[in-house]
Write a protein that binds this ligand. Sequence first.
Ligand code: GDP
Ligand code: IMO
Ligand code: MG
Length: 423
Amino acid sequence: MNTVIIGAQWGDEGKGKIIDILSDKADYIVRYQGGSNAGHTVVVNGKEYIFHLIPSGILRAKKVCCIGNGVTIDPQALIKEISGLREAGIAVDNRLKISYLAHIILPYHKVLDELRETKGVRKIGTTRRGIGPCYADKINRCGIRVVDLLNPASLREKLNDNLKEKNEIFKKVYRHPGFDFNSLYKEYLNYGKIISPYACNTASLLDKAIKNKKDILFEGAQGTFLDIDFGTYPYVTSSSTTSGGSSIGTGVAPLNINNVIGVAKAYTTRVGEGPFPSEFPPVFGKFIREKGSEFGSTTGRPRRCGWFDSVMIKEAVLLNGISELALTKLDILDGLKEIKVAYAYKYKGKTFTEFPCDSMVLKNAKPVYKEFPGWNKSIDKIRCYADLPKNAKAYISALADISGVRISMVSVGSGREDTIFLD
Ligand code: GDP
Ligand code: IMO
Ligand code: MG
């Protein structure tokens, strides 16, 4: 059984925790898009691990973890993550496989990301990890890939071509001195040596795994509404975060993907700029941010918070083919008198029950809410659905009804054990 796990909102839904749980029964865990903009948190026996590039399944011994061709790799971030795992006593050798075809993030991508955010015409609120500029080079056919780091002649030619053009842009547009060929060449050739034991043809590796009836878990990063096509463009990331990205980003054919699980918070959060119809007013937003520790796992930025938005979730179900939802952070809603769920938007007298494509509509849309009574009890120690307060069960079942998919897991804390299985 090959399953894709995706974020159904704007990222940080708790994918890391859900992937860690499901990876117990998988053989391969594969990242297929994004890069070190991701921050996936897993808490095991009270110890917190945050993964940016390495799949969250790495904590389970013997599982093979792949970084697919669709991921953008910052070698500095990758090496730091590998060393951190080694220091924690987690062996990655022979278990980490990196696609020859994945694109490499270079310092000029990160600096350009930063300059566009600080001096450009439109601030997106990116993580400044160089993701957008690296994907732009990929599409522009001038990217440098893992395979190029392993071939000195190829790296020399490609880096030289890139710097010729980019240094002119840095100097003329941004008044930045640009980058020195020799030092970058030496540095990245060395990264190639470090990465080389992990590099391989991951598409072929996964094909063999499928033929041997192994189970693959595809670890989505970011979330549906950060998707380059279907998200709240231009306030999105630069990759295909929806389930279809798993095929393009790994070389596993769509017919070999059997199931899609969406991860959604019991409310909504977003980091960075862009429309957010169900966003809380500032004082309540601060209260939930602090209660839910809603600060970015990668950048530490405060996350914006709002009510659960079923217009978005229904769209996420449609775009990803979600068959079941894992609902996270329900414990954060403990003690609220009333909980709201957006089920439509109003704009200029018109009611929208489908997610609008026009960003101007979304920016000015006013959500229409259904209200639910809260529960005045802590649920973080509950492990069985039947033991949840009546109003919590009613909330879960209403979310499943409005979203049109069953909820198979409810998470009530950050630890592995803080999970209720509904099946
Ligand atoms: P991801 O990017 O989707 O993997 O999510 P992040 O790791 O960026 O953010 C989710 C945060 O919520 C992390 O700090 C998790 O440890 C935490 N978390 C996950 N599920 C729950 C839950 O059910 N309850 C609480 N209180 N925290 C959770
Ligand atoms: P995980 O995998 C939440 C957001 C950034 C910004 C936009 C573009 O942990 O859920 P980028 O650096 O990708 O060009 O930034 O996307 N963003 C995320 N938000 N979770 C993430 O990853 C994100 N990765 C990028 O905040 O709004
Ligand atoms: Mg995250």
